[in-house]
Write a protein that binds this ligand. Structure first.
Ligand code: ZN
Length: 406
């Protein structure tokens, strides 16, 4: 039975860079494996959401998995809490929480020096405000998963986090005068006050403060989202699926669509991540699963600080890691990014992402592309396509599409 591998190199696409002779980091990189895939596969340009739209990574992944944002997305918090292993119930509202440092009523450091939240937040911690329960779990560095559970609440509120240092956290959170908006604002403010008192009195925070070190004396909230039950990959496509990712958000999106989460040693989602271990784990899991999703984070992070040389080198590392996959028989591989991240903008851009479908020679119709890159893929046989098309084409190539009509 044909297996499917979907590899996303986060923020893969880019714009031409003068210092690279007007090439992109991907074009400037030496990528023999990706070039081979382009030669043996069928290429194209993916507009993850739509032409010119700048996708966030969460929505981009949902679209690539075949779940349109209008039906599947209400806020990033949902995927953050799923990514740290918290369980959501219908009606729950989830947030990205982060420890922050407050001074004189204003935010001094929105990330509290990236101190480890596990020093002060215990897994399973709960806070009761009126008839609403807040559940907390430590996440990577300063981040904290927060779930708000109770009747008469809404996710349609403003962030507590003002997104700028030197400003006071927001207390006016309701967007309107509806009863649920007012209640949500009231219980969140009480929760934030409770957590500020808890953190200020915590011995670890007192100690860090006394030592002049970054200390999180405030829990900021953002990205409120309401849990929406999504059909699993098994229900939607009939595929058993797993996810290999070092970063929480992507594990969260994968969990939301019912994928098993594999923890691979050395897969960190940071610069020192072990890409070879991820691809090796993918190859090992293929006998067990119909579909394996591999996420590779750091090209995006380098582009977000404008490090085009670092992005080029990281793409070369990605390319090298792909070697074992290209030995697989009866396997269809999709390789692309979730969006472009332009080093010149230090931000996601609405430019399409180069993409390739690779598989057995008797299945994939090759095209004229002989190398993999932004401009090379403009010649590809898949032309322009959207994120929502990816699963359809993968199912087709893997021989798993049902006949439409008679
Ligand atoms: Zn991304």
């Amino acid at each position: 039975m044909t297996k499917i591998v979907l590899i996303i190199a986060d923020g893969l696409g880019d714009r031409p860079i003068a210092e690279l002779g007007y090439q992109t980091p991907l074009e400037a990189a030496t990528t023999p494996h990706l070039d081979r895939m382009a030669k043996e596969g069928i290429c194209g340009q993916m507009h993850t959401i739509d032409v010119g739209v700048r996708p966030g990574s969460d929505v981009a992944h949902l679209h690539i998995f075949g779940y349109p944002m209008g039906e599947a997305y209400s806020g990033r918090g949902v995927f953050e809490v799923l990514g740290v292993g918290m369980d959501l119930q219908r009606g729950d509202i989830a947030f990205r929480g982060n420890l922050a440092t407050m001074e004189g009523g204003k935010l001094k450091d929105r990330r509290a020096g990236r101190m480890s939240s596990s020093l002060v937040i215990e897994p399973g911690m709960k806070v009761q405000i009126e008839d609403v329960t807040f559940l907390l779990s430590p996440a990577v560095s300063h981040r904290v998963g927060v779930i708000m559970r109770g009747p008469g609440l809404t996710h349609d509120i403003l962030d507590v986090d003002p997104h700028n240092t030197g400003e006071a956290p927001r207390r006016k959170l309701a967007k309107d005068t509806r009863k649920e908006s007012q209640k949500t604002e009231r219980v969140i403010n009480a929760f934030v006050d409770h957590m500020a008192a808890y953190l200020c009195n915590h011995p670890k925070i007192k100690q860090l403060k006394a030592e002049g070190k970054p200390h999180g004396n405030f829990l900021s909230l953002r990205g409120a989202g309401e849990h929406i039950h999504l059909l699993s990959f098994k229900e939607k496509y009939g595929l058993t699926a797993c996810c290999i990712s070092g970063a929480g958000l992507y594990k969260g999106v994968a969990r939301a669509v019912g994928m098993d989460i594999l923890n691979v040693e050395g897969a960190t989602g940071t610069l020192d991540t072990n890409l070879d271990a991820k691809v090796k784990a993918c190859v090992e899991q293929l006998p067990k699963y119909d579909f394996v999703f591999v996420h590779m984070k750091f090209a995006d992070s380098l582009a977000e600080v404008g490090d085009f040389k670092g992005k080029k080198v990281f793409i070369e590392r990605i390319d090298k890691s792909l070697a074992p996959l290209l030995k697989m028989e009866d396997t269809v591989v999709f390789f692309s990014g979730d969006h472009s991240t332009a080093c010149s903008l230090k931000a996601h851009s609405g430019d399409p992402v180069p993409a390739v479908f690779w598989g057995p020679r008797t299945v994939v119709r090759t095209d004229a592309c002989t190398s993999f890159g932004e401009r090379a893929c403009q010649q590809g046989g898949m032309g322009h396509f959207k994120g929502l098309d990816v699963m359809q084409e993968l199912l087709n190539l893997a021989g798993k599409q049902h006949l439409v009509g008679n």
